[in-house]
Design a protein around this ligand. Structure first.
Ligand code: SF4
Ligand code: SF4
Ligand code: F3S
Length: 265
């Protein structure tokens, strides 16, 4: 009870904020418990009450006070074209703010596809040169990809780090193995239909009504490492395949450019 809460600085670059939208819906643990009892969220330019110069002063104060002891959580990425002018926060290019905060961080987390891989803003021809954060920082980066990541995966990663004092085991791409160690296809409830060669052939055919496999409708479950088929979304309510749409691989590197979401095989 007397252990000080771990300071977290959460910053936003080029992104859509749905990673935050996902996070605040975590049911287990509840996002409010993470924010009010587990971490000390000392800076988050989306959630904090202060704004403008006051908010930036909070960030500088936290960096100075907790040097080497805070977690930097990054949502979004820095665009490098035109000296970073495509994303200005606190009056500076985001790349400057990111490097400044990362310099003294104990751990750096990349939330979502934007920070981990670049996401839609980095899709060809990537006019702003949006760049994933591991390419601009010297720190090791814990990647928690997805567009957005599952809420309980986000809070699960933080809970693990607070409980054990170190990040969870990562795979070669920097993703926690505990959540990204399997493909959605491995635990998909439609997998028996895949194995039996029973496929949906058009969106409204009898196979679609019977819940057959969506592989021929472009499902990327066989090449997508994520926990959607096990943890699922919205408190274990559903996930894309359960709603009748194939996985389009939103946690995989370059999924926008790989495309073919609706290609028939
Ligand atoms: Fe939004 Fe996706 Fe980027 Fe998260 S990864 S901020 S959900 S675009
Ligand atoms: Fe695999 Fe997708 Fe078919 Fe599920 S619906 S078994 S994830 S191909
Ligand atoms: Fe994304 Fe596929 Fe899960 S599209 S949300 S990784 S089912």
């Amino acid at each position: 009870e007397n252990t000080p809460r771990t300071p977290v600085l959460w910053m936003h670059g080029l992104e859509c904020t749905c990673c935050s939208e996902s996070f605040i819906r975590s049911g287990n643990p509840l996002a409010k418990d993470v924010i009010l009892s587990m971490i000390s969220l000392d800076y988050d330019d989306t959630l904090m009450a202060s704004a403008g110069f006051q908010a930036e002063a909070c960030m500088e104060e936290a960096i100075a006070k907790y040097k080497g002891n805070y977690i930097l959580a990054v949502e979004g990425n820095p665009p490098l074209n035109e000296d970073g002018m495509f994303c200005i926060t606190g009056g500076k290019p985001f790349i400057e703010k990111l490097r400044h905060a990362a310099k003294h961080a104990k751990h750096v987390i990349a939330w979502g596809a934007c920070a981990s891989w670049g996401c839609v803003q980095a899709a060809r021809p990537n006019p702003t040169r949006a760049t994933p954060i591991h390419k601009v920082l010297d720190n090791p980066v814990i990647k928690v990809p997805g567009c957005p990541p599952i809420a309980e995966v986000m809070t699960g990663v933080i809970t693990y780090m607070l409980t054990f004092g170190h990040p969870p085991e990562l795979d070669r791409q920097g993703r926690p193995k505990m959540f990204y160690g399997q493909r959605n296809h491995d635990k998909c409830y439609r997998r028996a239909h895949f194995d039996a060669g029973e496929f949906v052939e058009s969106w409204d055919d009898q196979g679609a009504r019977e819940g057959y496999c969506l592989y021929k409708m472009g499902c990327k479950g066989p090449t997508t490492y994520n926990a959607c088929s096990t943890i699922r979304w919205n408190g274990d309510t559903s996930w894309p395949v359960h709603s009748g749409h194939g996985c389009f691989g939103c946690s995989e590197n370059g999924f926008w450019d790989k495309g073919s979401f609706y290609d028939r095989l």
